[in-house]
Every structure is written in C-alpha cells, then in structure tokens.
Ligand binder design. Structure first.
Ligand code: HEM
Length: 460
C-alpha cells in the first residue's frame, strides 16, 4: 500500500494552529477537527507537530506497547516535571525511578488497601453531606467546587493521613488555586517557544510561587508524619519505608515530595470532574435519574453505605462508565513510536513524533458504539455489554503499564459519593436547560453548573 499525507488544518505561518484552539477549552476544537478531518490529523505549534488519533482502529495500533510508548517529551507533562520530576505520572519512558516507585506503590493501591480506606472516605464524604444539609433547598451549589474539596481532602486523608479540612475554610484551597494556575502555565509553556517564556517575567514569578506553595504543603505533610509516625499503613508509609524487591532501592526524600505532589494533583482533579459530570448527566436525564435512585433505595435503603454494597449497584456502575465514555476528565494522553511506524496501512509516523490519543473522539467511534454514539445511554454498559467491548475502546484510565495507578481508589470514592448523595438528597439542576460548558486545565470540568440539594423526606 502507498502512504498518504496526514490531513492538516491550514493554520497560520510560524505559530501554526495555535489560534485554532479556544484557550478556555481547547478540547472542543480537537473534537471539531475530528469531525472535519476524520480518523487522524496533525497540528503544528511553533514548528512542533503532533498527530491526533480519533478512531478505535488506529487506537488499537498506537496503544500496542510493543510499537509505541507513553511520551513526556515536548508536551505539557515535560513542563510539569518542574514540580513532579521523575515521579510516576511525569517519568520519561524507561526512567529507572519509575519502576522502583511503581513496584513499591502498587500494593498500596491494591484492592485490600482500597477497601481498608472505606471508612476514611466515608468520614470526608460526611462533611460534604452535612454541608449540603445545612445549605437547604434554596442555595445553588457549585458541585465542581464541593467535589474538589471532597476529592482533595479524601486523597490527603486516605493516602497521607493528613486532614486538609477544606469544608471548613472559605474559598478555593490555596493548593488547588496554585495547582490550577501552575497546570495552565505548564500547558502554555509547552505550546510556545522557550524564548517567549523566558521573557514573561511576571508569569515566571507566579509559576515559581505556585511551585513553592505546593511544595510547602507536601513538605509539611511529610514532616507531620515523621513527627507522629503512628501505625497507619498508607501510601506515605509505603514511600517512606518501602524497598523495591527487584533493585533493593528506596525512594529519595526529593522523589517522595514529587510523588506527593503528583498524588495530590492526580488524586483529586480528575475525580472531582468525574463526579461533576455524573451529576450533569444524571440530572439532565430524568429516566436515568429515576432508575439510579430506585437501585440505590433497593440496595442501600436507609443504611449507611458498606463495602458489600459496592458490587450490588450495577446500574450506578453503568452510569459511571457511560459518563467516562462521553466525558473523560483526562481527555487525551501522548504516545510515540519506538521506530518509524506506518499505521492504518498508510500513515507514516516518524520516530520522535508525538501522537495525541484523542480519548473523547475514540470513545465516540460509531464503528464501536453505533449511530447513537454521541448520546448518553447507560444501558450500553449493562448486562455484560461493557465486558464485551473490544480492547482499547474504553480508555479513560490510559493504557498499559502507564495506566492510572489510582483507578480503584477513584472508582470506590465515586461509588460511595454517588450512592450516598442520591440516597440522602433530592437533587436537581438550578437551570433545567443548562447546556454543558467546559473548564479545562489538563483535565476538564463542567463550567457554571449549579444544582439544588434538598434532604429527602420520601424515605423516612
Ligand atoms: C495516570 C486518569 C484518578 C494517580 C493516569 C492516566 C490517566 C488517568 C488517563 C494516564 C496518563 C498518561 O498516559 O499520560 C484518571 C482518571 C481518574 C484518575 C480519569 C479519576 C476519575 C487518579 C487518582 C490517583 C491517580 C485518584 C491517585 C490516587 C495517577 C498516577 C498516574 C495516573 C500516579 C501515573 C501512572 C504511571 O505512569 O505510572 N490517570 N486518573 N489517578 N494516575 Fe490517574
């Protein structure tokens, strides 16, 4: 077969396609391009080319770990290394520290550890429930805001034994604010020439200040633990005391700080967006809402949620999977080939070029999901249909060895929150005609979504 050029939106000289992307939500432009250019297209930013893959058939090839691997080079992750160095998320492919930390941390994220966190997760969730009960039925709630508090406090408490008490403080937690501007600037840096960044003195000072602020919290948590070691067997214990059986190595103090910042960021930003999208989809689909509530009432009733309930809520699980299909909070990730590769039998991908895995487009591939792929239908994830999906058709947690290590953690935290909130509240949209808008840093969240929460009276 002969090679064909990869389609390329025209763009502008020098800056390439940078003005094509809406800075508030570049994801939407990526989705629009996919509708015009199809299974693959390329974009150029200041001479740096990235290919965007949008179909399941091509995903099967680029997610084959014998041919392609995750890449951190020339994308926002490389800039984030200023904070997180060679910690799990931002380690280069093959970096030795990645393997050491991965092997030390895997057991701390395993099923037994996660079930062991159930009560601590419930503790933080109760603070959110109490807050919504006190607000009463007339107070518009910004779910993204309170889910950020929930997820942020949950990761810090469950993984590090540290209470952030975000529900008891006004405004956005300072770490969360610093993180938001740090992530946005990392993305900005990845898309502009170094010289330009070097000239931007004010934003460079802010970048440093954000970094310092986040490091201060990580350092404080480690120092607290060293002063009061206690008997907790959590992630922080694993990092401070763990040995890698394969190399005999331990994690350095600097690496532990970088891992802590990684977990504080990766551990909350994604889950809070996920919970917010679930609220959006359920509250805008009355039939789904009714079914979800009926299941929660039948299985959990008036009881306090227990670990045994988790596997008995199949409809809720389908709602979660379908939400992730349509709105993956990490909407893309990057891979690159080991050698020059031809994909789809005709597109040449040179060694050293990056490929953006267009998760949100792959999740809407009509070849896999049918003509109604754009619609929210949890039924397509029920009764073994999820298990029967082809490999790599549902990839919200990334791929292969570099897939999300916190998946089970995020899943349990979300199950617990969704079931409990529908058990305890009548929930509805403030604006019944609300149309989904997005906020994007490295992850996406609904923008301007507001809900009312009224404590339920029909069940008592
Ligand atoms: C990696 C998604 C929750 C920690 C990833 C990746 C994705 C992802 C797509 C791969 C990124 C890439 O290839 O560049 C999600 C989603 C979540 C979630 C959608 C929630 C709904 C969490 C939580 C934690 C976490 C709760 C920590 C407790 C990590 C880490 C990595 C990672 C450390 C890097 C793994 C490695 O490369 O070894 N996640 N994540 N994530 N995630 Fe998550």
């Amino acid at each position: 077969a002969s090679l064909v050029p990869i389609p390329h939106p025209p763009g502008y000289p020098l800056v390439g396609n940078i003005f094509d992307l809406d800075p508030e939500a570049p994801l939407l432009a990526l989705e629009d391009f996919a509708k015009v250019y199809g299974e693959i297209y390329s974009l150029t930013f200041f001479g740096n080319t990235v290919n965007v893959v949008n179909s399941h058939a091509l995903a099967l090839e680029i997610l084959d770990e014998r041919r392609f691997h995750k890449t951190v080079h020339n994308n926002a992750l490389e800039e984030i290394r200023a904070l997180t160095g060679d910690a799990l998320f931002t380690a280069y492919h093959g970096e030795e520290t990645w393997g050491v930390a991965h092997r030390i941390l895997i057991p701390a994220f395993g099923p037994a550890s996660i079930i062991g966190m159930f009560d601590d997760m419930y503790d933080i969730l109760s603070q959110l429930v109490l807050k919504w009960e006190r607000f009463g039925p007339k107070h518009p709630i910004d779910p993204a805001d309170d889910f950020t508090r929930l997820a942020f406090d949950t990761i810090a408490y469950c993984a590090m034994g540290h209470r952030l008490n975000s529900f008891y403080t006004e405004g956005v937690p300072p770490f969360v604010e610093a993180m938001g501007s740090f992530l946005r600037e990392s993305d900005g840096r990845a898309n502009r020439p170094r010289l330009l960044t070097w000239l931007m003195r004010k934003s460079n000072a802010k970048f440093e200040e954000d970094r310092r602020m986040m490091n201060d919290l990580a350092r404080q948590i480690v120092e607290d633990r060293k002063a009061n070691p206690g008997s907790r067997k959590d992630l922080l214990t694993a990092m401070l005391n763990g040995h890698d059986a394969q190399t005999g190595k331990t994690l350095t103090a600097e690496n532990i700080m970088q891992q802590m910042n990684t977990f504080l960021i990766a551990g909350h930003e994604t889950t809070s967006g996920f919970l917010s999208f679930i609220m959006f989809y359920v509250l805008s689909n009355p039939e789904v809402h009714a079914k979800l509530r009926a299941e929660v009432d039948a299985v959990v009733g008036q009881e306090r949620m227990r670990p045994e309930h988790l596997s008995r809520l199949p409809y809720m699980t389908a709602v979660m999977r379908e939400t992730m299909r349509l709105k993956s909070t990490i909407p893309l990730f990057m891979v690159t080939p080991f050698e020059d590769e031809v994909i789809g039998g005709k597109y040449l991908i040179k060694k050293g070029t990056n490929i953006m895995v267009g998760v949100s487009n792959i999740h809407r591939d009509k070849e896999v999901y049918g003509e109604d792929a754009e619609e929210f239908k949890p039924g397509r994830m029920l009764d073994g249909k999820f298990e029967a999906l082809p490999p790599k058709a549902w990839i919200p947690f990334g791929n292969g060895q570099r897939a999300c290590i916190g998946r089970a953690f995020a899943w349990q935290e979300t199950q617990l929150a969704v079931a409990t909130l529908f058990q305890k509240f009548d929930l509805r949209l403030v604006d019944p005609d609300y149309k989904l808008q997005l906020n994007q840093t490295l992850t996406i969240k609904p923008k301007n979504l507001r809900i009312y929460a009224t404590p339920r009276t029909d069940t008592t």
